[in-house]
Design a binder for this molecule. Structure first.
Ligand SMILES: Cc1cc2nc3c(=O)[nH]c(=O)nc-3n(C[C@H](O)[C@H](O)[C@H](O)COP(=O)(O)OP(=O)(O)OC[C@H]3O[C@@H](n4cnc5c(N)ncnc54)[C@H](O)[C@@H]3O)c2cc1C
Length: 529
């Protein structure tokens, strides 16, 4: 058992939020960034579209604010929206200063893309690989920085709380498993910053990489932090359905250029749902596909571009054409099997305007945070912006964080735990959760479906808790325990919302209530696994 390690700031996650925070906080303290796999294994690395900011002459802060509020369907915090929108141009400049390459138009000005529900062109991008470019530049800036240490293959298990020592539940670090050696380290810090990303892996179909298991939300909840708006899961309508290609997103531009959604029989169906057919908004298309799949029992529907010029299709979508070709699908001559998939978590760990959670010493930034920017539905390309804005604000706020510590810090104890002899329990439970969450608490919900999910998650959580206590901790077990807790929190949030608003759509309450309320959940009866 090793002695506790000390740093000023402990950052959990190496995406846009964690790395930008690290660079700024390193100006006034030592930073340890832990990341559970490779440093570039993040949602950030997969972002395609870009970063929204007001840069065009015909655009204004008011317009971007209004677009964000409209998407958020009554649940955005106007002050937070204004703060993010007004900071947008400065954050784009910071990206350029960090060496991020951004596409330019023939005049040399930044090329501004337009995305769904934006009333103006305002998305800066680098080809369709913006996230990868940002991740590259941030990692290059962090590399070799004398005040920043990156610990890859290190997964946070739980946060350290003064409550365990009889104090109020202030946070002073985390227990961290070194995945290479199996050693559990105790890392103490003045401020602990969750930058742990999304929760997409709670669902069987997701555009997110494997790291998106909601660890930050689960850890924060376990030490008593308020979490909220977790029922607002954004689903992307078209992710490739193929056994050897998980998480591959097919951009909405394919429908924009004339792609048509069809059933396996070749029939079209979007005309039954919206006058704009395949070009209806994301939520409507996702809901329609979900309904058709549930009705027919088919595995997927199809995105058909075969009526367009093959050269045009392959030329307009070269990356997608190449990826599909490698899987034996020619997008110009064959309909592409697609399913909707969990894409983005609008809720998370509740924070103030500086990223501070309801627990002293604990901050949350990026996708794991619930800042009030997105409300009940996220406006496309606002999330990378949020990551930049809140990492900046939190890095300034932590400067004042006091050092809170018990007289003697307890290091990790294995107790009577033995090596697991039943790893199948982990993979079976993992699979089961993700499937029933998809079927019962997915795109279209009902009281009955949510109740079915609630009963199942309680049984599984009991089983997982037992397993967690009996066996030595592994990375898979950490993730499963968190996934189960996040599933429970999503179910609970969905169960409490007796209306359809934004991304939460339930057959039992198809209308919106007159008053928009957030759903907050906080542990009140002592820590539970
Ligand atoms: C396919 C796709 C396309 C997207 N396109 C866009 C877009 O165009 N524009 C936009 O604004 N947004 C987009 N998004 C959303 C956006 O990419 C994310 O919201 C954003 O990158 C999240 O950044 P983050 O820093 O909060 O977390 P991430 O980038 O996800 O990083 C999370 C980090 O936390 C680490 N971590 C998690 N748990 C632990 C733990 N227990 N211990 C240690 N480390 C841990 C992970 O390993 C990872 O390093 C897209 C998302 C996807 C999946």
């Amino acid at each position: 058992m090793s002695e506790p390690l000390e740093t000023d700031y402990l950052v959990i996650g190496s995406g846009i939020a964690g790395l930008n925070f690290a660079l700024l906080a390193a100006e006034h303290g030592r930073v340890a960034v832990i990341t559970k796999k490779a440093p570039d294994d993040t949602n950030t690395n997969w972002a395609q579209g870009g970063v929204a900011a007001v840069l065009a002459d015909d655009d204004s802060f008011e317009r971007h604010v209004e677009d964000t509020l409209t998407a958020g369907d009554g649940l955005c915090d106007r002050h937070v929206v204004e703060q993010c929108v007004q900071d947008g141009p400065a954050q784009v400049q910071r990206l350029l200063d960090l060496g991020v390459r951004l596409a330019r138009d023939p005049s040399g000005a930044l090329d501004l893309g337009r995305e769904g529900a934006h009333t103006r062109h305002r998305v800066v991008h680098w080809e369709d690989l913006t996230g990868r470019e940002i991740q590259r530049a941030l990692l290059a800036a962090v590399a070799g920085h004398s005040n920043i240490t990156i610990l890859d293959e290190h997964i946070a298990i739980d946060l350290l709380s003064m409550a365990k020592y009889g104090g109020d539940p202030a946070c002073f670090g985390a227990y961290v498993l070194d995945r290479r050696t199996g050693e559990v380290k105790t890392i103490c810090a003045r401020a602990t910053v969750l930058a742990s990303g999304g929760t997409g892996k709670v669902y069987v179909y997701t555009s997110n990489p494997d790291v998106a298991t909601g660890d930050g939300v689960a850890m924060a909840y376990r030490i008593g932090a308020a979490v909220g708006d977790l029922e607002f899961v954004q689903f992307h309508p078209t992710v490739l359905y193929h056994p050897h290609a998980r998480n591959f997103l097919l951009t909405e531009a394919m429908r924009g250029e004339g792609g048509v959604l069809k059933l396996g029989t070749g029939e079209t169906f979007m005309e039954h749902y919206h006058p704009m057919k395949s070009l209806a908004s994301r939520d409507i298309v996702a809901r329609a596909i979900d309904n058709e799949i549930k009705k027919s029992g088919a595995d997927s529907v199809f995105l058909d571009m075969t009526h367009l010029e093959p050269e045009f299709v392959r030329g307009r979508f070269p990356n997608i054409a190449a990826r599909c070709q490698s899987l034996g699908i020619d997008i110009a001559t064959q309909p592409v099997p697609v399913v909707p998939a969990a894409h983005y978590m609008c809720g998370g760990v509740k924070t103030d305007r500086d990223g501070a959670t309801t627990i002293r010493g604990l901050y949350a930034i990026g996708e794991c945070a619930f800042t009030g920017l997105h409300g009940a539905n996220r406006l496309a390309s606002n999330s990378l912006l949020e990551g930049m804005v809140f990492s900046h604000r939190a890095a300034a706020a932590v400067r004042e964080a006091p050092r809170i510590r018990p007289a003697q810090v307890a290091t990790w104890s294995y107790g009577d735990a033995t090596d697991s002899n039943d790893a199948i329990v982990v993979s079976l439970n993992w699979d089961e959760i993700r499937r029933f969450m998809w079927s019962y608490v997915g795109i279209v919900r009902s009281d009955k479906r949510i109740e079915r999910a609630r009963r199942r998650i309680e049984i599984l959580r009991d089983e997982i808790r037992e397993y967690y206590l009996d066996f030595k901790v592994t990375s898979d077990l950490v993730e499963l325990r968190n996934l189960a807790l996040v599933a429970h929190l999503i179910i609970e949030s969905a169960r409490r919302r007796k209306e359809s608003r934004g991304l939460h759509y339930t057959l039992d309450y198809p209308d919106k209530l007159p008053e928009a309320r957030h759903s907050e959940i906080q542990l009140t009866n002592g820590p539970r696994g």
